[in-house]
Design a protein around this ligand. Structure first.
Ligand code: AMP
Length: 433
């Protein structure tokens, strides 16, 4: 079979089975459902409630929220205009969730909202291992609390997700970005320091020097990193309150027994962060598993008269899969049918067609052939389906109102009255429903 069409570069299809494409191991839908279910279980244990927002949002909102100078907004948006409205496929979910929180006055539902999400995001990045144009993020937001225990709670639930899959060897880096004023003072000092070295900087760093010099600290270029060893450090620009707050956050994370390192060079790409910021990395992967932080000022950027304290994390599903793959994680097999119905002859086919429906209505997972093939071909199909039981009927059985029930694991077969079939399958059926 063939088609002249392909899925768009940087996207992928989730199929019933696992496959490899462009160097990426793509897991089947059963693995996705399993991972999503496990993430949701952790979120529920930590008392988060799921929110679902639209796949697209007003471009102005995302630009304001994520930051006009961020890579996402300047380079990576899938955006379009229809009529006089600008739309963008959501590149992340923190801004949409803050919009929803403010729009629906979620503060009236309780002073602290603990919200979670799982869903697709879109960024026009260069595809690579673990980097896609349509990818999936899961995350949480705690909105309404400026207590440093909230920051620690976000760390805790993030680590609990990876813990639920038994993943070890992760590196948690934490930092504080301070208040906007502290950051502004530091930005100015960093710019003053870097200006005389302007010619030595890469094009991208030179651009950042104008717009957002903090981002230069992210550089992967060795000569720039060397230059930065002499640069002023953010820590020196932080006031007592900021330091005390960060110390308390770190203290709470320590209380929970979660290992981390503090890294004064950790700045995150998104503009809305203030105070706590953290990132989770794995040795297996070039790129972060999750990014997180406090963003008390986002609500004000969205037009709320006052800041609303908020902190959250966002993690990539595909990167979780990369780490699981590297760890040799074994996913449960897809569910098999409880029973496969095999028909011999036209009348038996009709009987199977109707019986399948009545068994399914009674809660049994049923499969049968839709091609009118030979009994041998149907048995092969039954084998492939891995159904533990196969019912075989022909005209003879039907006139005797009986069916043959084959136990595939034991290779045994018995004849039972047709009207006892449901009861029999139910008694053999031990899968949890
Ligand atoms: P960010 O909002 O950029 O901090 O992203 C949060 C997390 O989402 C990252 O740590 C990644 O795990 C994941 N992520 C971001 N961009 C991509 C992408 N293009 N492909 C796959 N995962 C991504």
């Amino acid at each position: 079979m063939q088609t002249s069409f392909r899925n768009i570069k940087g996207t992928f299809d989730v199929l019933p089975h696992d496959y490899t494409a462009a160097g990426n191991q793509t897991y089947g839908s059963a693995a996705w459902l399993f991972v999503e279910r496990r993430i949701r279980e952790v979120f529920e244990r930590y008392d988060f409630r799921e929110v679902r927002t639209p796949m697209f949002e007003p471009t102005e909102m995302i630009a304001r929220g994520v930051g006009e100078t961020s890579d996402i907004v300047t380079k990576e948006m899938f955006a379009w205009t229809k009529g006089d409205t600008n739309y963008v496929l959501r590149p992340e979910l923190t801004a949409p969730i803050m919009r929803a929180y403010l729009q629906h006055r979620l503060d009236q539902q309780g002073p602290v909202q603990r919200l979670s999400y799982i869903g697709p995001c879109f960024r026009a990045e260069r595809p690579a291992r673990g980097r896609f144009r349509q990818f999936h993020q899961f995350g949480v937001e705690i909105i309404g609390s400026s207590d440093p225990r909230s920051d620690a709670e976000v760390v805790a639930v993030l680590m609990a997700v990876y813990g639920a899959f038994g993943i070890k060897n992760l590196r948690l880096r934490m930092n504080t970005l301070g208040t906007p004023e502290e950051r502004a003072a530091y930005k100015a000092a960093l710019r003053t320091f870097l200006l005389p070295h302007r010619e030595a900087l890469s094009d991208i760093s030179r651009e950042r020097l104008e717009k957002n010099p903090l981002r230069i600290l992210d550089t992967k270029l060795e000569h720039e990193q060397a230059l930065l060893t002499e640069a002023p450090v953010l820590t020196d620009f932080l006031g007592g309150e900021t330091r005390a707050f960060f110390d308390r956050v770190c203290g709470y994370v320590q209380d929970l027994g979660i290992p981390f390192i503090t890294d004064p060079k950790l700045v995150r790409g998104l503009d809305y962060y203030a105070h706590t910021t953290f990132e989770l990395e794995s040795e297996a992967l070039n790129g972060a598993l999750a990014g997180a932080g406090r963003y008390d000022l986002l609500a004000k950027d969205f037009g709320n008269p006052n800041p609303v304290p908020a902190v959250g994390f966002a993690a990539g599903m595909e990167r979780l899969f990369v780490v699981l793959n590297d760890a040799g994680y074994v996913f449960p097999n897809p569910l098999t049918p409880d029973v496969f119905l095999v028909a011999m002859g036209a009348e038996a086919e009709n009987w199977v067609f109707r019986k399948a429906q009545s068994l399914r209505t009674a809660g049994i997972r049923v499969a049968f052939d839709l091609k009118g093939r030979s009994m041998k071909a149907q048995m092969r199909e039954a084998d492939r389906s891995r159904a533990p039981f196969v019912v075989i009927v022909g005209d003879q059985e039907l006139s005797a109102q009986a069916v043959n029930l084959k136990n595939m694991a034991e290779g045994t077969q018995e004849t039972i009255p047709e009207d006892r079939l449901l009861q029999k399958i139910q008694s053999l059926n031990h899968h949890p429903s």
